[in-house]
Structure formats: C-alpha cells, structure tokens
Design a binder for this molecule. Structure first.
Ligand code: ATP
Ligand code: MG
Length: 394
C-alpha cells in the first residue's frame, strides 16, 4: 500500500482562539522543514482545522514517517487514502480495496467509524457505518465486527473529499517550535544537556546553544562532538545557532587566582554570566542547563544556588529531578546517547579539583571572585568578541 497522504492530528492544548492559528501555522512550518530532508515533494496544507501532508511525487514512506515523528506538536500521524470522487458506490469499492491492502491477514475484528463533516452528503454517518461494514464482511468473510474492542477502527471522514484511515502512528506530542519564545541552551558534550534542550524545545521553545571550549585542554574532536550533538537535537528543534566561546584564558585566570576547590563553581558562574550576555544579545529570554540535583559536586542544592545567583534570566533545568538512568533513557530515545558517550574530555573534567566544595558559602565565593577584578572583565569581553557561530541544521 502506497499512501499518498497523511492526516496530522495535533493536541488541542493551546489551540484556542488566536493561538490556534499561530499554533497551526508554526506546526505547518515545522512539518515542511522536517520533510525537506525526505526524498520526494510534499504539499502541506490546512483545511477546515485539519493539517494534511500530501505527497506530490514518489517518496520514501519510512523516512517521511520518521521525519514527522520528530515534529513537536503532532499527536498522531495517520497515513490515509483520500478519495476525490464522493460517489457512494465508488466509496464502497475504495473501502474494500483499503481493507484488502492494509490488512493482508484477514483474521481481524473491525468497526467502521464514519463522520459526516459535509452535511450535504446524502448518507448519514450511521448508514455509512452499516453499509461499509456490510461490504467489508461480504468481501472478506473472515473479518468480524466488534464494536467494543475492535483490532481495527476504519475512519471514514466525509469532508470536501473522503478520508479513509485506520493507522495512527504516535507523534512526539508537545508544541510546535516557535510558539513559546526562545532560550539559550548550555550545551556540553555530555548526556544531560542535549536531553534538556530536547525537552524545552518540545514545549515549543526555539533554542540556540552555547558551548564553552578550552583549547588546547579540550580538543577539536570534543568541539566536533558538541556540533554533532547540536545537529542531532536540531532534527527535532529546528536549526540551532551554536555559539562557541573560547573559555581558555578565563579558566586559566581563575585557576591561577582562586582556591582550587572552588574552581568549578566559579567557572560555572562565569559560564552562566557569558551565556546570559549572549542570550540577551540574540533574543533569548531564558537559559537551559542539564543539571540534576546531586549528580556531581557542582549540582548540590548549595552549588546550584551559588551558580544561579549570577543569573537574572530564568534558568530552566528540565532534568533537575531525573535520575541518571531516566536521562539516559531519553537520550537513547532521541538518538543522542551514542554521541554523548564518546570519550572526549570536556573543559570541566580537566580543571576539576580532587575535593571540590559541595556546600559553597556564597560570601566566600564572592571574596574569591574579587581576586579576579583586575583582568576578568577584559577576558570576558575578549571571549564574547571571539565567539564563533555555527549553524547546526540537523
Ligand atoms: P552534561 O551531561 O550535560 O555534560 P554533566 O553531568 O557533565 O552534564 P556538568 O559538567 O556539571 O554536568 O554541567 C552541568 C551543565 O552545565 C550541563 O548540563 C550544561 O548545561 C552546562 N555545561 C557544562 N559544561 C559546559 C560547557 N563546556 N559548555 C556549555 N555548557 C556546559
Ligand atoms: Mg558535562
């Protein structure tokens, strides 16, 4: 069976009133974007509150479904047959053909669920249910009707055309990217931050990313790994503008001036400050990190509070209450895990102290940071000026 079109079902959350148009238009835009990478030409349209994807050429079905499964806002993907000629006898023929091709194994139970959106159509839904049930039973005596728990529900929707569908492939849910503002993801090469970016993008937020690179302590391959991860997240989130900040001089300066057990906290405070400045300059109104309470010394509640203190923007930490395994499960599902576990050092692991503070005292941190006064503003300015941008399009 080669389906020529799909009916896209979306969740109703946030789709009331004016928002509804914004939601639908953003969803259409994201569907078009996702299908760009699929062989074939597609027409994506909105018709009386429904979104349809129609293939205009031969296309790769599996690739198309995979691409649609990555579009946030889609609840279900329904491959369907669309009938232009609404003649009733013609419909019967199509229904029989449909059941024959989609269900080669005829040992199934079914029910027909007709809906008549076109009230001019001369046959009622009830009558369509009965008649189509009858022709199916006639054609395939092995099939049986079960109105309570059928294996298959055949939907017959009479609109401008008639839609036949029975398969519902679950989409990712969430909201279309672009409907909920923009935020800046602090993306490291680890497992957690790509998952964090995915989760926030799933709620409709457009994301940019920032990576703190410390050559030669972190290699080109470590940077490439982050670029790869941004590309993987972009398959769901749409194009990601990745800002690569050269963090070496700042790190060395902190290393030189501050107590080593406070290095990670102070370094993380500078990462947040810089990320926030880039966010402000590029239209983001929040930051996103992959922090999870207690995972490492820099993520105890006290450390998180110390890191958070420098931020005036909201910081979203979607995996804050997740166990590591729960984060791993999501990363496997979205396909970032294999890349995340490649063994290239990130900048935090090079400069870690043997016994980092786990309960930083904020006053102590402030006084350590005062030792940086002489040069730090200039170093931050240099880092901002030399930031490289890489567009990651999936
Ligand atoms: P991840 O698996 O995401 O690397 P992690 O468990 O290694 O997280 P940390 O290294 O403490 O945790 O980092 C916590 C968060 O800080 C990360 O999830 C990420 O959002 C941000 N972060 C850490 N290092 C960097 C970096 N080099 N560039 C950008 N963001 C970073
Ligand atoms: Mg990390």
């Amino acid at each position: 069976m080669q389906y020529q079109s799909f009916l896209i079902k979306y969740a109703e959350i946030g789709t009331k009133g004016k928002n509804r148009y914004m939601f639908e238009d953003a969803l259409i835009k994201q569907i078009r974007y996702a299908l760009k990478s699929v062989e074939g030409q597609f027409d994506v349209t909105k018709e009386s509150g429904r979104i349809y994807v129609k293939a205009e050429t031969d296309y790769d079905y599996d690739d198309a479904v995979e691409a649609l499964k990555r579009v946030f806002g889609i609840a279900d993907i329904c491959p369907m047959v669309q009938i232009e000629d609404k003649d009733y006898e013609n419909l019967k023929q199509h229904v029989v053909e449909y059941m024959d091709q989609v269900y080669p194994d005829k040992n199934i139970t079914f029910k027909v669920n007709a809906r008549r959106g076109d009230k001019q159509y001369p046959v009622t839904s009830e009558q369509i249910n009965r008649d189509m049930g009858e022709v199916i039973l006639e054609a395939f005596p092995q099939m049986r009707v079960d109105v309570h728990h059928p294996d298959v529900i055949l939907h017959v929707e009479v609109r401008q055309r008639i839609n036949l569908f029975s398969l519902m492939i679950p989409g990712p849910g969430g909201m279309p990217v672009g409907t909920n503002g923009r935020a800046m993801l602090l993306l490291s090469g680890g497992i957690d931050s790509p998952v964090a970016g995915y989760m926030i993008a799933k709620r409709g937020v457009k994301i940019d990313a920032v990576y703190f690179h410390a050559p030669p302590y972190t290699s080109e391959r470590a940077k490439q790994k982050v670029v790869d991860l941004a590309n993987l997240v972009a398959r769901y989130a749409g194009p990601i503008n990745l800002h690569v900040v050269n963090f070496t001089d700042i790190q060395l300066y902190i290393y030189d001036k501050c107590p080593h057990e406070e290095l990670t906290i102070i370094m993380r405070r500078y990462m947040m400050r810089i990320a926030q400045t880039i966010a402000e300059r590029t239209g983001s109104i929040g930051l996103i990190t992959g922090e999870s309470i207690g995972q490492v010394a820099s993520q105890t509640l006290q450390s998180l509070a110390a890191t958070n203190e420098v931020c005036t923007m909201p910081v979203f930490r979607p995996v804050i209450g997740f166990d590591k395994q729960e984060i791993v499960d999501v990363s496997e599902k979205i396909g970032t895990y294999e890349t995340s576990i490649q063994p290239y050092e990130d900048c935090c692991t090079i400069f870690v102290a043997k016994h980092p503070v786990t309960k930083p005292n904020i006053n102590v941190i402030h006084s350590s940071e005062r030792r940086l006064e002489e040069k730090i503003d200039q170093l931050v300015e240099n880092a901002l000026e030399t930031t490289e941008q890489i567009l990651c399009q999936g």
